[in-house]
Ligand binder design. Structure first.
Ligand code: AMP
Ligand code: MN
Ligand code: MN
Ligand code: MN
Length: 272
């Protein structure tokens, strides 16, 4: 019963619609997946309606800021009908629009002819707007050769069109996840590059650690698994797949979370 508990769709910056994601996941022999789009649950109803022998767990990935670091927090098993959650997600969506417009202005002042409508078009009908969509618009216009090139030349941290976004404090993300019946998990801690921050996050109410991730080394995976045992936390894992057109590699199928981890996560959710 292998699972992949970290996946993106077109509702955020992934390139697959739920139907394609589910079909591809099945082709890889997965039996459980969690959809964890950035700041949105817009594609979850669709994914749930398509789920048959493939089980879909509801999820989300929040970007937060803590000790000057960007920390991503996954929320599993959230109630997608929760009103308070919907309100906060709407605020985040509007804030992302404001930021995207500011980035477009920056790019314009750098001499690139790009309109916000083109970014909106890259982002699709529903869900949030992110830097990936701006990069995709720049690729279409021929200003950059790939999404990666767009980040390296214009959109990445410290690059000429970088615009900071006000992020949630981990406390706020954790509380939003818990108040909507979900379980908060630190995403890809290996990418934070500072394990000393983990105990502080646990004390804020984190209940799990994403142990398996394509960017984790074998040693990191072993160490994070040990930490979950020592601190009585849930181990999770996922490929963080965004589909093709976003990152060079499509990671779907590369992470297969063991059965027992999924069972423990589901048992914990049954108690929320
Ligand atoms: P945003 O949430 O709008 O700030 O954009 C961050 C997202 O951009 C991340 O979730 C990644 O999926 C994506 N991203 C960041 N760096 C790169 C990169 N160098 N190439 C492609 N995608 C990237
Ligand atoms: Mn992303
Ligand atoms: Mn992330
Ligand atoms: Mn992710």
């Amino acid at each position: 019963m292998p699972a992949d508990l970290h996946l993106h769709t077109t509702a955020s910056d992934g390139s697959w619609e739920p139907a394609t994601l589910l079909k591809t996941a099945k082709n890889h022999g997965l039996t459980t997946i969690a959809i964890t789009d950035h700041d949105t649950i817009a594609n979850i109803p669709k994914a749930l309606s398509l789920a048959d022998d493939l089980e879909v767990i509801t999820g989300i990935e929040f970007s937060t800021e803590y000790a000057d670091k960007e920390i991503h927090i996954l929320g599993y098993g959230i109630d997608i009908k929760n009103r308070n959650l919907a309100k906060h997600l709407q605020d985040l969506e509007l804030e992302r629009i404001t930021r995207a417009k500011r980035i477009v202005e920056r790019l314009n002042s750098l001499g690139l002819e790009l309109e916000y409508a083109q970014v909106k078009n890259a982002a699709g009908k529903h869900g949030i707007i992110g830097r990936v969509h701006i990069a995709q618009a720049l690729v279409q216009l021929g200003y950059v050769s790939s999404v990666d090139d767009g980040f390296n030349r214009y959109l990445g941290h410290g690059k000429p069109a970088y615009v900071r976004r006000d992020k949630l404090h981990p406390k706020q993300a954790i509380s939003l996840i818990k108040s909507s019946g979900g379980i908060p998990v630190i995403a890809h801690p290996g990418l934070i590059r500072n394990d000393a921050l983990i105990p502080g996050l646990i004390s804020l109410g984190i209940e799990g650690i994403e142990v398996m991730h394509p960017k984790h080394s074998t040693t990191q995976t072993e160490n994070y698994l040990k930490l979950t045992k020592k601190r009585d936390l849930l181990p999770t894992g996922g490929s963080d797949c965004h589909g093709p057109n976003v990152k060079e590699r499509v990671y779907l199928g590369s992470i297969r979370v063991p059965d027992t981890w999924v069972t423990h996560l589901k048992a914990a959710l049954a108690k929320t």
